[in-house]
Design a protein around this ligand. Sequence first.
Ligand code: PHE
Length: 352
Amino acid sequence: MPGFSFAAMSELTEKLASLQQRLARALETAGDERALEEARAVYLGRSGDVAAIRRSIGRLPAQERPLAGKEINDAVAAMEALLERKREEIASRAIDTALSERIDVTFPAPEPRLGSIHPVRRVIEDACAYFERHGFAVVLGPEVEPDYYNFDALNIPPEHPAREGFDSFWVDETLLLRPHTSPMQIRTMQLHRPPIAIVAPGKCYRRDAVDARHHFQFHQIEGLLVAEGVHFGHLKGMLTGLCRALLGPYQNVRFRPSFFPFTEPSAEVDTTCPKCGGGAAACAMCGGSGWIELGGAGMVHPNVLREVGYDPKRLSGWAFGFGAERLALARYEVDDVRRFIDSDPDLLEQLA
Ligand code: PHE
């Protein structure tokens, strides 16, 4: 071939052959995709060995360049093929490894996490059990109630300002989500002849802003005793006993004068802060007051007894409505009612 420089061409061929050998040797120890990429960069990368050779063909006579280019391209193809073969080998080795893995059926399994009774439910159950021990029956009622049971029958006529206090979720003109469990007083007395001794736990709803002490959905425990000769002392005794049964033997109760249309006299009921025992200035539970507010209570209003056809001259009764979450906060020393609906398994497990 005219002008063909045999020396230059054979040197090129030799260089390319030795590169291929070095690549083959490097690939022998390559164990993963990353090692392949590193090898590719060294030999075939933009600043790799082959690129350097390619740049040097500019020094060859013009008529030799096409042949040199073809030699380089062939060498590159061969090296790519080496890389590809190695890649397949690595992949199939990974599959073999995965397939050869065995499941050791004797290996100890992770313990399943057991559920527990929710603290609010436990308070309700224990409160009901306390009253059942004293001869009370547990009754349940609807969460959607006509205004008659929620208000009218409880001595709260349509324009009565006390309706505002029960900021309610209305379903339509006359139906609402019950803002308290007191409708169960009416339902029970309409259904049964006295004496009446019931507790009625359940969900209640109010359009309250959510904070550490309030939620728009909560639970109340209603209690009602109607018979001849029932007086306020019986109420004090039963509620003191309830607090001691739930919160500990040193609990006391305090009655603050209050107003409910369906009781007279009426009271707000507090119990001793179980955390500080009453009166530690820095107590986070009671804010230093020494008392935790549980709910309302009082002697059943004569109008309520009359509404259900009972004779207020012969019969008297007491009623109370306690917040179950309030009792649970005090009992489990939790600082925020929202913690009860977080479904935090750690908290629930800890309180179980
Ligand atoms: N129903 C009242 C409330 O939710 C509480 C209460 C119940 C008061 C029974 C007196 C008697 O605020």
